[in-house]
Design a protein. Structure first.
Length: 212
């Protein structure tokens, strides 16, 4: 545990860290592996040491993008009924649910399994692409805000469980064979969990505004 030192004298904005809870201002300190900087006033966490660098985070996002593509293009389940079988992708399932009168479930599934992960991957990738060379992406502040707001909505794990339950239930009517897409979504869940655990606030420190 390393408490950040309180502010003394003039500092540049990048060297400062403000407690999100009580607005105390601190001078930023380089954290070693496993270090956590706490606010001495209210005890809130100011910053954690990042175990994976910007290059590593970027590689993680690129991998997620590829897995996302596979997950969306591969069949998630194959349904068999009296000798006939049909494979369905995520979008096939969403459309089927919509037509079946389950519009809310269809909408939520599309949001949590498609739009939220896609925006998380796209925005994080955009910010990191520039951060690799120490620059701030155009729209940096808005992108950072969006990342924080999307986080609690990317409930991909919850819907993975829902999908599994649906597959098991459908098993009573059809022969259900989980497709490659389900496994890809499983891997994607892990990847998104990992990069959602990263402290994206660190990007404020490692990047500088373009001198334009
Ligand atoms: Zn505080």
């Amino acid at each position: 545990m390393a408490a950040a030192s309180r502010l003394e004298g003039m500092q540049t904005a990048q060297d400062l860290i403000i407690c999100e809870h009580c607005d105390s201002v601190y001078r930023r300190r380089t954290l070693a592996r496993g270090d956590v900087a706490d606010c001495v006033v209210c005890g809130a966490v100011l910053e954690r040491h990042q175990w994976i660098g910007v290059e590593g985070q970027f590689a993680l996002v690129v991998t997620s993008a590829i897995v996302f593509l596979i997950a969306n293009l591969s069949p998630i389940v194959t349904l068999g009924l009296s000798g006939m079988s049909s494979a369905t992708t995520l979008w096939g399932a969403v459309i089927a649910m919509w037509r079946d009168g389950a519009q809310l479930v269809a909408f939520l599934t599309a949001m949590t399994l498609f739009f939220f992960p896609l925006s998380q991957i796209a925005i994080f990738g955009w910010v990191l692409w520039f951060a690799r060379s120490g620059r701030r992406a155009p729209g940096f502040a808005r992108a950072m805000w969006a990342l924080v707001s999307i986080k609690p909505w990317s409930m991909i794990e919850v819907f993975m469980l829902g999908t599994l339950v649906a597959v098991v239930k459908a098993h009573t009517y059809f022969d259900v064979v989980p497709g490659a897409g389900i496994w890809a979504f499983g891997v994607l869940t892990l990847l998104i969990t990992v990069f959602s655990s990263l402290d994206s606030r660190e990007l404020w420190t490692v990047t500088r505004e373009d001198p334009a």
